[in-house]
Each structure stands twice: as C-alpha cells, then as structure tokens.
Design a protein around this ligand. Structure first.
Ligand SMILES: [Zn+2]
Length: 398
C-alpha cells in the first residue's frame, strides 16, 4: 500500500456479507445480531441481516466468510514525527505496520521526538500546526493520524490556545513533557485548552527518558486533563495507592499503554471495574519509545486485559474502539449507522486452542487479521504481522 493512500475517486458502496460475529465497540451492547454491513461513501449506512438491507449497486463486495468484524482499533497514545518515519528507533513504515495490527486511527500525545524540537512559544505553535496539517494530508496506509499536539511551556498565555484552536489544533501533547510540571500552571493551561475545544492528556508516573520528570497523583489530579495519559506509567508507574487515588479522585479517561507497567495496567483495570467505571478505560501503545514500536500493541493489550484481567474479549475490544471514540469525540470506533466505515476483520489464529475468536483472546492469544478497511475502502488483506487467521474474508465483487 502506498504511503499516501488514495481516496475514492467517485461514489462508493461497500457491502460486507456473511459476518460470523459483529463486535459493536459499545460496552452496553458489545455483540450485534447482524451479518451484513453496508457503507456508502465511507460511512456506515445499514447494519442487519442480508435479506433486510439494501445491497444493490455495491462497488465492492466483501465475503467475510464467517469471520469477525469489529470497528478499526484506535491507538490513543502515539508519538508520530513526520510521515511514516520515526527517529526514536529510526524506523520507517511503522504506521503502515500498525495498520496490519488493526489500528485505523491514532492520536498523537505530542510530536516530542522531532529532532531539534522547538520549545519557544511561536516555534512550538508552528510545529503543532504543521504536524496537524501534514498528518491530515498524508495518511500512511490510510491510517487517520490525529496529530499536532503541542507540549505546553510556562511562557504560554491564553491567546496562544485560542490561536492554536483557530488554526485547527485539537489536542495537547502530554502535560509534563515540557517546562510545565506543577499542578497550578498545568490546571490553568488545561483550562484554557478546554475553553477553546482542545483536548488534553498528561504524562503520569516516572520520567520516560533522561530529561523528563516525575508527575505524581497530586499534579495529575490538579491538572485535570481529559485523559490520564498512561496511568500505568510510561514506563515507570506510580505506586498502586496513587493509581487508586487518581481513579477515585476524578472521572477522566484512564489510559493503559503497552509501553507501560503491565501489572499496574491490571491494577487499574480491577480498580475501575470495582468502581463500575470500565467505560473510562482506553488503550494506547505510547510508541515509538524506548521499547520500540508495536504493530500488534493494541491487540496485545486487548489480549492481556482479557486474559489476565478476566474481562470478556468483546468488552476488551471496546476499550480500543468505542470507549476511545466517545471520549475523544471521534466519528469512528463504533459499528453504528453514520459512523466512519473503519473496520478490522479477524478470526481465531491458526492452532489457537480457543473454541472461537473470543475464547482464544480470553486464553491470551492474539487474533489473526484478514482485512482492514478505512472509509469504506479495503486497505489491507491478510495481515503480514499477526499470526495467520484461520479463515479470511475475500473481495468477491466490484
Ligand atoms: Zn508519557
């Protein structure tokens, strides 16, 4: 697939038939009783039984062959830099590799690995606007990268946030990665961001790399960002009692990342479940990082939380889809009429002992991906990165 994936030239109508299992992405009803999805011009237009929906005039027909369709996965925490290259581990095509792990949308937590990253106010604003524009124009493999997430510095004033928002910036990078590391300043600036419609996140826990600092529960709760970025550390987690305080002390999103402390992720999951707050759990990889890039990182988190955290697999998939979409006001992440037609089609991996895909994930295995679709367009077929799926969908007509 080309880096700059082509968009459809004319009207499109995608029909996916013979779906064996449809995962909605919504915790309140994670499995839908339907076997067919129709998407017109990139948006879901019908969901139901084949005999009940209008499949006439399809431009693409996919026979799911009894496999599982879920919303495309969302990585809530990545650090893109420029195009499909990361200087952190000097890799190219890492975003395209994530697509082969089922990720169709990524959220930047700051373009902090940009070599020579500017830290003066005009420079950081310019870089954020540039990143937002460049990633919206160039979608590696078709993946939607929401980037342009400035890292706040002490010299910023309210007008800077107003100006960023007017220029199309919708995210802050992790609070704490720049000069602002104290609660009161963070709270003031997060408030300005929120006033102008910019979402916020924070670096929770110990320093990620030499030069960054500790952000503890007091700073996290005072800053009051929309998302508690990597509450399980990136990589070093806060002590369990502080994680519990954060879960109980606010209603913000609880982000669990692959490049964090896995035991702390399970502790957070159990705490949120005891509070009846699983809808706050969202997933990221926090890649690229010292731990590298993880094309299968979101699937691995789903499997980790489902198997060791004893969460039904269909609920664990919601952490990586509907929960994130709702929290971040994205138009994807749920199989629902009107939403973006972004899908991952999967099946049980070959030779997994699980009875079916959900059972295999609950046993700790990864599913095999057979196809990804973004905006109603088939982007990849059998994944080059997951273990091979037992059954794969196929394109049967145009
Ligand atoms: Zn971080």
């Amino acid at each position: 697939m080309a880096h700059n994936a082509p968009q459809a030239a004319g009207p499109t109508k995608l029909v996916i038939l013979n779906i064996g299992l449809m995962l909605s992405g919504a915790m309140e009803k994670p499995i839908l009783d339907a076997d067919t999805i129709v998407a017109e011009n990139g948006k879901i237009s019908a969901i139901g039984r084949a005999r009940d929906v209008d499949t006439e005039g399809a431009t693409t027909i996919v026979d799911a062959n009894g496999t599982t369709v879920a919303p495309g996965l969302i990585d809530s925490h990545v650090h893109p830099v420029a195009g499909d290259w990361t200087p952190r581990q000097n890799q190219i095509n890492w975003i395209d590799s994530y697509l082969h792990g089922g990720v169709t949308t990524m959220i930047s937590a700051g373009e902090v690995h940009m070599p020579g990253r500017p830290r003066d106010v005009v420079g950081l604003k310019a870089m954020a606007i540039f990143a937002q524009r460049s990633f919206w124009t160039l979608r590696p493999g078709g993946v939607k990268v929401h980037a342009g997430a400035p890292v706040i510095e002490n010299e910023m004033v309210e007008d800077d946030f107003k100006e960023l928002a007017a220029a199309g910036v919708k995210l802050l990078g992790e609070v704490g990665l720049g000069g602002v590391k104290d609660g009161p300043t963070a709270r003031k600036m997060v408030g300005w961001a929120r006033k102008y419609g910019i979402q916020s996140t924070i670096h929770t826990g110990g320093p990620s790399i030499p030069g960054s600092g500790l952000i503890d529960k007091d700073v996290v709760l005072e800053a009051d960002t929309d998302v508690i970025g990597h509450i399980n550390g990136g990589h070093t987690a806060l002590p369990d009692d502080q994680i519990r305080c954060i879960c109980e002390g606010c209603k913000r999103g609880l982000e669990l990342v692959h490049n964090g402390n896995e035991r702390s992720a399970l502790f957070t999951l159990r705490t949120a479940r005891a509070m009846g707050d699983l809808s706050r759990i969202i997933l990221g990889t926090d890649a690229p990082a010292g731990s590298g890039v993880q094309p299968l990182g979101i699937l691995r988190m789903v499997s980790l939380l489902s198997s060791l955290g004893e969460v039904p697999a269909e609920i664990a998939f919601c952490f990586a889809t509907g929960n994130t979409a709702r929290m971040r006001a994205l138009d994807c992440g749920l199989i629902e009429v009107g939403r973006s037609a972004d899908f991952v089609i999967m099946d049980k991996a070959q030779h997994s002992p699980g009875k079916n895909i959900l059972d295999s994930v609950q046993l700790g295995d990864l599913p095999g991906i057979g196809m990804t679709i973004i905006d109603g367009i088939v982007r990849t077929q059998r994944s080059r990165n997951t273990p091979p799926a037992t059954k794969v969908p196929e394109i049967v007509g145009h």
